[in-house]
Ligand binder design. Structure first.
Ligand SMILES: NC(=O)c1ccc[n+]([C@@H]2O[C@H](COP(=O)([O-])OP(=O)(O)OC[C@H]3O[C@@H](n4cnc5c(N)ncnc54)[C@H](OP(=O)(O)O)[C@@H]3O)[C@@H](O)[C@H]2O)c1
Length: 320
């Protein structure tokens, strides 16, 4: 059965990653799109061959009123996710929302509840889990390849040109570097560590915002401790142009990922025994496939609303 999927928002991730990935997913097609601007919606719908007879919308109400629509992908600024997800759920549509799922824990809880009440699936877009190398790394770890997990570190930064990004403003965001890349580092750490080491039991964070003096973090350093006593740390920043890195340390080995924390599914992964080979593939395709499987089999997606909520509960503990 071909699922009809709408995208909300026509910006960077929708245009460059999600709509192109949707084309590669068998069993689904881009159906319609929401923009604040009708012309922009039409141009996006044309560019990505949206299939609905009426594919371009400038209100969420008209997009959700389409009886042939099955699901929506929310790719708007963080502060809009909660309202849009709740409206979609109440209209009976499954939802895959971009990360972080909301700008407050209350908003995240309301999203989870609305989707539960409506009996629709809620997924959160942490695409790094579908990086083929990361999946291979996880298999190696779960097979005991580095022994008992002791520590993990992730570092993902970029250089912002100025502070005009909506993430740097109060209106539609609660975090800047933490929203753009830090939340991904945290998800990757939770994915690797929590099943073996238990939940996060302690967190400490330091943020710096001294370059543009806005309301949100320009750089954030976060440290974590898990039930087992294992630890983790990550750094996110909008002030540093450098390759990303993730490292996992166990009682019997280590893994180093160089430049795998990107949108592209590439980079290199080294273990103590040598390089871990993997195919470079588009992680957003895996993310959308998993969302479709959740719909087909009436089961939660790999990153469900509860996991997305845990992420923002922890981000909310990082001091301002
Ligand atoms: N998973 C990932 O790899 C990844 C990467 C980047 C971003 N994201 C997430 O995806 C979401 C969108 O991020 P983005 O980088 O694509 O942002 P963006 O380039 O600014 O695009 C957001 C789009 O949302 C729409 N929008 C509606 N109301 C808006 C408002 N008040 N201000 C600005 N835009 C508004 C706009 O489309 P119209 O102008 O057509 O209405 C805009 O193009 C965020 O939650 C972000 O964290 C995820």
């Amino acid at each position: 059965m071909l699922r009809n999927i709408a995208i909300l928002g026509t910006g960077g991730i929708a245009d460059q990653a999600l709509a192109p990935a949707l084309r590669e997913v068998e069993g689904a097609r881009l159906w319609s799109v929401l923009s604040r601007d009708r012309d922009r919606a039409q141009a996006f719908a044309r560019r990505h061959a949206a299939a609905a007879p009426r594919s371009a919308h400038d209100t969420l109400e008209s997009l959700l009123a389409d009886p042939d629509l099955d699901a929506v992908i929310v790719a708007t600024p963080d502060g809009l996710h909660a309202g849009q997800v709740i409206a979609a759920a109440r209209a009976g549509r499954h939802v895959l929302t971009e990360k972080p799922m909301a700008v407050s824990v209350e908003g995240g809880r309301a999203m989870v509840q609305a989707c539960r009440d409506a009996g629709v699936q809620l997924g959160v877009g942490y695409h790094l889990r579908w990086h083929a190398g990361h999946r291979k790394m996880l298999q190696h770890i779960r097979a005991g390849g580095i022994g008992t997990l002791r520590h993990m570190r992730a570092h993902w930064t970029f250089q912002a040109a100025d502070a005009r990004d909506w993430r740097a403003q109060r209106e539609n965001a609660s975090w800047w570097s933490l929203s753009a890349v830090g939340t991904h580092c945290l998800d990757l750490i939770r994915w690797v560590m929590v099943p073996e080491c238990g939940e996060v039991v302690a967190l400490a964070g330091i943020v710096s915002r001294e370059v543009w003096n806005g309301p949100h973090d320009e750089t954030a350093i976060v440290t974590l401790r898990f039930e087992s006593g294992a630890t983790a740390e990550f750094c996110s920043s909008v002030l540093i142009d450098a390759p990303s890195r993730a490292e996992v340390y166990g009682s019997d080995g280590f893994i180093r990922c160089e430049d795998t924390l990107t949108r592209f599914g590439a980079g290199t992964i080294e273990t103590r025994e040598g390089r871990l080979d993997f195919d470079v593939c588009n992680p957003y395709v895996g993310e959308i496939r998993d969302f479709l499987e959740a719909i087909e089999h009436d089961q939660p997606p790999e990153v469900d609303g509860g996991e997305g909520l845990r992420n923002i509960e922890l981000l909310a503990q990082v001091s301002k």
